[in-house]
Design a protein around this ligand. Sequence first.
Ligand SMILES: NC(=O)c1ccc[n+]([C@@H]2O[C@H](COP(=O)([O-])OP(=O)(O)OC[C@H]3O[C@@H](n4cnc5c(N)ncnc54)[C@H](OP(=O)(O)O)[C@@H]3O)[C@@H](O)[C@H]2O)c1
Length: 338
Amino acid sequence: MIRVGVNGFGVIGRRVADAVAKQPDMKLVGIAKTRPDYKAQIAAQKGYTIFGSDDEAVKGFKTAGYSVGGTVKDLLAQVDVVVDACPEDVGKENKELYRKAGVKVIFQGGEDHEIAQVSFVAQCNYDLAKGKQFVRAVSCNTTGLSRTLHTLDQAFQIKRARVVIARRASDPDEPTKGPIDSVNLDPVTVPSHHGPDVQTVLPNIDIITMAYKIPTTHMHLHSLICTLKQNGVNEERVINALSEGPRILLVSQKQGIKATAHVMDYARELGRNRGDLYEPAIWKESIKVVDGELYFFMAVHQESIVVPENIDAIRAVLGATSKTESMAITDRSLAMLT
Ligand SMILES: NC(=O)c1ccc[n+]([C@@H]2O[C@H](COP(=O)([O-])OP(=O)(O)OC[C@H]3O[C@@H](n4cnc5c(N)ncnc54)[C@H](OP(=O)(O)O)[C@@H]3O)[C@@H](O)[C@H]2O)c1
């Protein structure tokens, strides 16, 4: 069994911890966080051992009546791999601790590419992560774009990709963040950082992105225009390629799915934890090819899309299984659709 710790138990950490607990070849040793809030209570109810981020945090948990496994250092002493799901840039501060403990680490997309030896998306570069100590599971937008562009590039060769990203303003558990009644250009300058981030996974893709924030919490919406090198590509071939591509979901307005709210409502019916949708959702009817240019809309559930990649990254750094085997185990355990 691969012994795994999860440091940070927020939006991503809670989901990764639950996914680790479901893997037949992994054992969740424990989770670490700073505060004894309702998320700590949930961890305790699930039987997860709680570790404090430092001595002060341990004291806080004990005062609040929790039994604690120790500090994060104690957690690191018991694991093969730690998933760092701390807030942006905290991973950077934790890196020395991990290095000293000699554990392998999966960082998240809020950290810079330079923190790790590989920026990871399973279908694109699983083998590159084999045996590495520091790997970064890229952000939600980068994961969605990498899966889709990789699939299209393999089928038709992408000459260039241009993407406009309407970003959710905040996650559902962040009630004080906005905008409430505005569309915020974020960043105002073009291009946004998302294109270069995709190139950390797919260095040969010519991609330029621009982004803004909209008053919603549940999904990002991408509008893509891809120029294809292969001639004679039509909508039917694109639909076939995307339906065969791993971890991509095609949705249709014929199902009544015309909005991100419908996608999430559909996802809630799938019976997964928290109504999560691990696959980017692409609208079939939006797929259009005009003069060698492919257009479509894609929605990304920011809270959950990176979960399967974190699980595969754990196996990859240990060289535990092949890409195909790891992705198959992950997909089965998470009831993935594709
Ligand atoms: N949210 C998304 O949509 C999303 C999508 C993809 C990738 N990411 C990336 O995933 C990472 C985590 O984001 P998130 O949204 O999950 O953050 P989050 O919801 O704010 O959760 C962060 C967690 O880290 C804990 N924490 C804070 N400081 C810590 C420390 N020094 N040691 C141990 N734990 C600490 C917090 O615990 P306490 O509450 O106890 O302080 C909390 O449980 C970031 O790099 C982010 O960019 C986020």
